[in-house]
Design a protein around this ligand. Structure first.
Ligand SMILES: [Zn+2]
Length: 318
């Protein structure tokens, strides 16, 4: 096996290479096919990476789609370009399908766009050393797209796809979905529902891992208020505890009640409290003025919340 670290390709390569002794004869043939076609596979990745396909560069996204479309057609997949209304300002999506009568129906997910827009300095497909490559979208996720194609080509060559039902769906606006998503994702959701298993080929954590779900992310803000006055009167019935103690109390309560919740993390990223605070939300910064002998009237805390399912989020927010 040629040594080359394209995270997902390596994962594929190592599975077939290092564990070759465990493979059955059919699997060995698949592995041999992958190895024998490695140069073409790498060239495909190089071609795709060297086209800028920032989400807003709709021509570039389509061009990358065209390259992959040809590869799918070579192995007998029927391809469709799903156009979106002009108002969404997005390129659309590539769909490649094969229909059969046996086995689970698979839905393979990729995306054609990257976060690197045309106005940014272009970074082409480049070897950093003999085993590492950099370039726009090489990891997120043209590498994953190419893994889908290389794997299907290898399976097809062994005539293992003859009866399979597979849809590869490569969206053109994953990094910044066209709005409303009820329009930009309608076709995707409709088609996905007609399959049994969906596999996304975006990078997981490290090699040899499969993420069975991705957590959603959300943000929260905590604001506490109190009466202000001289610190010598803190804890008194008239003054209470002040906003800083109250924020600390609530944060600690969050931590004690929720930190053991499975798949949930929440992190206070910034706290501001004092006699006078200014928080600049757009810039995520702020300032506080206070003296040690003044009870703080106002405190703000901002944080994130990562959760597994929308149901979990709603339950926790309540
Ligand atoms: Zn991605």
């Amino acid at each position: 096996m040629k040594k080359i670290v394209l995270p997902s390709l390596l994962a594929l390569g190592l599975n077939f290479g290092a564990q070759a002794q465990k493979l059955n004869p059919t699997e060995q043939k698949i592995a041999q096919y992958i190895d024998a076609h490695f140069a073409q596979t790498e060239q495909l990745l190089k071609d795709a990476v060297n086209i800028n396909s920032g989400t807003l560069n709709t021509a570039g996204v389509k061009q990358v789609g065209d390259i992959f479309k040809k590869e799918f057609e070579k192995i007998g997949f029927a391809t469709t370009w799903v156009n979106l209304p002009d108002s969404l300002k997005r390129a659309g999506h590539l769909v490649a399908e094969k229909k059969g009568k046996a086995g689970k129906k698979l839905f393979l997910i990729g995306h054609l766009d990257t976060v690197f827009e045309k106005e940014m300095t272009f970074s082409p497909y480049t070897y950093i050393n003999d085993s590492t490559i950099t370039g726009q979208g090489v990891n997120d996720m043209k590498g994953g797209d190419v893994v889908v194609i290389a794997a299907l080509q290898a399976l097809q060559a062994q005539k293992l796809l003859d009866n399979a039902t597979i849809t590869a769906y490569f969206t053109g606006d994953e990094e910044s979905a066209g709005k409303p998503t009820s329009v930009s994702r309608k076709d995707f959701i409709d088609r996905a529902k007609t399959h049994d298993v969906a596999l996304a080929f975006e990078t997981a954590v490290g090699l040899h891992t499969v993420a069975t779900a991705r957590r959603g992310a959300s943000g929260w803000s905590l604001k506490t208020y109190g009466k202000t006055g001289h610190s010598s009167r803190v804890f008194s019935p008239e003054m209470g505890y002040g906003s800083i103690y109250e924020a600390a109390r609530i944060l600690n309560e969050f931590r004690e009640q929720l930190s053991s919740e499975k798949y949930l993390t929440f992190n206070p990223g910034m706290i501001l409290g004092g006699a006078e605070i200014k928080y600049n939300e757009g810039k995520a910064n702020g300032s506080a003025v206070g003296k040690t002998n003044i009870i703080s009237p106002e405190t703000v805390v901002n944080g994130d919340l990562r959760f597994l399912t929308e149901t979990q989020k709603i339950r926790l927010v309540k």
